[in-house]
Design a protein around this ligand. Structure first.
Ligand code: AMP
Length: 416
């Protein structure tokens, strides 16, 4: 039996309904703030991600689905949405539009990761990007909107971690300082942390052994090394979040996986999830557009995983599907009349379904009941096409002509 490839899943109808709720709320929350929908291709020229995500990142090193298109071009299934949106911004000269350009997207992304609960090889992200503004209010607005979206969707036990990364130059200097500090205290570190001092000194903040943890308490922090204007920007973002009543904790170890972040970074996690607790996050990426050969343009954005939102939200109120009319077939059946009646009912704005399975009349009525149909029209063969219209709520049934069915239901709906 052929099954879904490892790390992928089918969205069955019940799940599709919940995913539509996520999309509807995203459209509402982001649309109300003036964000416009953008869609970019599922695959891009590989170079976009090499330059836009960073050659040294886990994504580029290990997780990309890259293939040759048969004509010597290297393409990659998109692992993230920010670089493609920036590519589109540059390609379509969006810097000539009134700034900033506020965009949102929802679509599939692909990463060759080891699958587990909440981690898939094809997953969906909803994301928002504001390109062309360096205002701290932009960072704060984006954070508020993601928080609002998670709230209306009922994501449970969420926590917001916030930090600032300053500039890549500050970061490089800080890294050296931290590595030097770790070398001085090497004898108190775990062997694993010690062996990675020069490779990735920041990882030492994640260590759990007492010796390393104690050493890290007094280690220099990046937030204390920010350049004056970066520190000022961060203070302003925090003041705006405080005013908006957004709760967050400062996490000096928040690094995020991508190279392109500058200044503000943030991440919402949910304690209701397992090991993969990140629900959504993002930050400012003031150098990315320039790095992709566009005009120097500040920008900020986030992406949230649709599957993780759904995993962390216990109940999503999915509207029950309504069926106004089920068109059943008597014996002998007036199939052509029944088919025409179903179509007319749909054009009149009713939710209508036609019997397609060859069930007995009893079976059809049972099925109509199961799908919650309000009326059943039983159509028999004959030149006058007599129809029996049954009100499923009252059980009342009466003979009528086919052309009376739709007006009767519409009248009843208006009265209801
Ligand atoms: P990132 O682009 O890595 O910051 O991811 C943003 C969000 O996308 C994460 O917080 C997750 O909710 C979601 N996400 C990332 N990778 C995966 C994955 N492999 N499977 C499911 N969701 C993911």
């Amino acid at each position: 039996m052929i099954q879904t490839p490892k790390g992928t899943y089918d969205v069955l109808p019940a799940d599709a309904a919940r995913r539509e709720v996520v999309e509807a709320h995203a459209r509402k929350v982001l649309g109300a703030a003036g964000y416009e929908r953008i869609e970019t291709p599922a695959f891009e020229v590989t170079d976009l991600f090499l330059r836009g995500v960073g050659e040294a990142t886990d994504i580029v090193q290990k997780e990309m689905y890259t293939f040759d298109d048969g004509a010597g071009r290297s393409l990659t299934l998109r692992p993230e949405g920010t670089a493609p949106v920036c590519r589109a911004y540059i390609q379509h000269g969006m810097h000539k539009r009134p700034q900033p350009v506020k965009l949102w997207y929802l679509g599939s992304f692909f990463r060759a990761e080891a699958p587990q609960r909440g981690r898939y090889r094809q997953f969906s992200q909803v994301g928002a990007e504001v390109v062309g503004s360096s205002a701290p209010a932009t960072d704060a607005e984006l954070i508020v909107l993601l928080g609002q979206l998670l709230d209306v969707l009922g994501a449970r036990e969420t926590r917001l971690a916030l930090s600032s990364l300053g500039t890549p130059e500050t970061r490089a200097e800080y890294r050296d300082e931290l590595a030097a500090y770790l070398h001085v205290h090497a004898d108190r570190l775990s062997p694993e942390v010690r062996s990675r001092i020069d490779l990735n000194p920041l990882r030492a903040f994640d260590a759990t052994d007492p010796g390393t943890r104690e050493t890290m308490r007094d280690a220099p922090k990046l937030l204390e090394r920010l350049a004056a204007e970066d520190a000022e920007h961060f203070a302003e973002v925090r003041a705006l979040l405080d005013d908006a009543g957004v709760r967050y904790h400062l996490d000096p170890t928040l690094v995020r996986g991508l190279d392109y972040y500058t200044r503000t970074v943030f991440e919402f996690s949910s304690a209701a999830l397992g090991a993969q607790s990140g629900v959504g996050g993002g930050g400012r990426y003031d150098r990315l557009i320039e790095q992709l050969d566009g005009p120097a343009t500040p920008a900020c954005g986030w992406a949230a995983g649709v599957e993780r939102i759904l995993l962390s939200a216990a109940e999503l109120p999915v509207a029950p599907r309504l069926v106004d009319l089920f068109v059943a077939l008597a014996k002998p059946a007036g199939v052509r009349t029944a088919f025409a009646l179903t179509g007319q009912a749909r054009r009149a704005g009713l939710q209508a379904q036609l019997e397609l399975a060859g069930r007995s009349l009893r079976g059809q009525l049972k099925h109509a009941d199961r799908i919650g149909a309000r009326y059943v029209a039983i159509v028999a063969d004959g030149s006058v096409a007599p129809v029996s219209l049954k009100d499923m709520e009252s059980g009342e049934q009466r003979e009528t002509d086919a052309e009376n069915v739709i007006p009767t239901i519409l009248r009843a709906s208006r009265l209801a």
